[in-house]
Design a protein around this ligand. Structure first.
Ligand code: ZN
Length: 311
């Protein structure tokens, strides 16, 4: 069964939310929410995430709850920062819910996991009559991740490490509450090509067999002209589970950016229509898929701009 998260970074666009100490709530919560999406899609099985916004825009509260309801989300998660003279972290469920309710149990898990990692004062688990908690058809939790008008809390918000930790805390709470299973390969972070060091007595046939390859594929991959191998020799082999085929990406757009790290802002250079690159691995960045190329550069998976094929 697929778990569907409606991931709602609060505010956005014309509504900055709280603002103080040189930062705005709408920017901080967007970073946290995007990181939550990345971790869930890269590391967990059977997860779908829909975000209320992925950039600096303002969907109304009604648009957000309508979208989550129409989509049939399993959880509405709204991420915020607080303001008004306090210090620390708190979270909310709707005021009509009992402490024994399913939503209250989800709040327990999310609260517990976030408090383990955020380094903030614990203001407790609360209830309120907020729109997103009231109008969503599914369990809904709203987190208030520190006070932007508190110097200590806002200093934390300025740190990417803190953003990552807090996103991880949200994810860990969701994983606990909904029993999500980790992907076996650690989120596709393992390179699809691996190496094998030849041991005494090994034959090409043994090694090929152990890695789901044919002898020809093994020889081609290593440019071997004979069947002779020797102990200690390092051979390239297909990574487990990746099959024996290599994936390629062909550029369809007349000109397309490639990136020097897994970040849509890290534009490096442009490539031209018809260029073909070997894919090393595929990952999700800010909710969209990106391929890491053999060269170490990154390219979009958007079928409007590229075509992916195996050979
Ligand atoms: Zn807010």
């Amino acid at each position: 069964m697929t778990f569907k998260l409606y991931n709602d970074p609060g505010h956005g666009g014309s509504d900055p939310g709280a603002a103080d100490n040189g930062i705005k709530e709408k920017d901080i919560v967007l970073k946290i929410s995007k990181k939550i999406t990345d971790i869930l899609l890269n590391e967990y099985q059977d997860v779908q995430v829909k975000m209320s916004r992925t950039s600096d825009t303002y969907p109304t509260l009604t648009e957000r709850t309508n979208e989550a309801n129409a989509w049939g989300a399993d959880l509405f998660l709204s991420v915020h920062n607080n303001a008004g003279g306090g210090i620390g972290y708190e979270d909310y469920i709707h005021e009509s819910l009992s402490s024994g309710s399913r939503t209250a149990k989800i709040q327990d898990d999310i609260h517990g996991e976030i408090m383990k990692v955020n380094g903030m004062r614990d203001r407790g688990q609360k209830k309120a009559n907020f729109h997103v908690l009231r109008e969503s058809d599914m369990p809904a939790v709203l987190t208030e991740n520190g006070f932007i008008d508190n110097k200590g809390d806002s200093d934390k918000m300025k740190s990417q490490a803190w953003i990552n930790d807090v996103a991880r805390g949200h994810v860990n709470g969701i994983v606990k509450a909904f029993g999500l299973k980790a992907k076996s390969n650690g989120g596709g972070s393992k390179p699809s090509k691996d190496t094998y060091t030849v041991k005494s007595g090994d034959t090409l046939w043994d090694i090929a067999n152990d890695h789901d390859m044919t002898v020809k594929q093994l020889k081609d991959l290593n440019n071997l002209s004979s069947d002779t191998i020797h102990p200690g020799q390092v051979l390239k082999v297909s990574g487990s589970g990746s099959g024996s085929k290599t994936k390629y990406v062909e550029v369809l757009a007349s000109s397309l950016w490639v990136y020097n790290k897994p970040d849509w802002n890290a534009k490096d250079r442009t490539v031209k229509k018809g260029n073909v690159f070997t894919i090393k691995r595929t990952l999700t960045v800010s909710g969209s898929k990106m391929h890491q190329l053999k060269s170490g550069l990154y390219i979009t998976d958007n079928p409007k701009y590229v075509r992916v094929y195996e050979k």
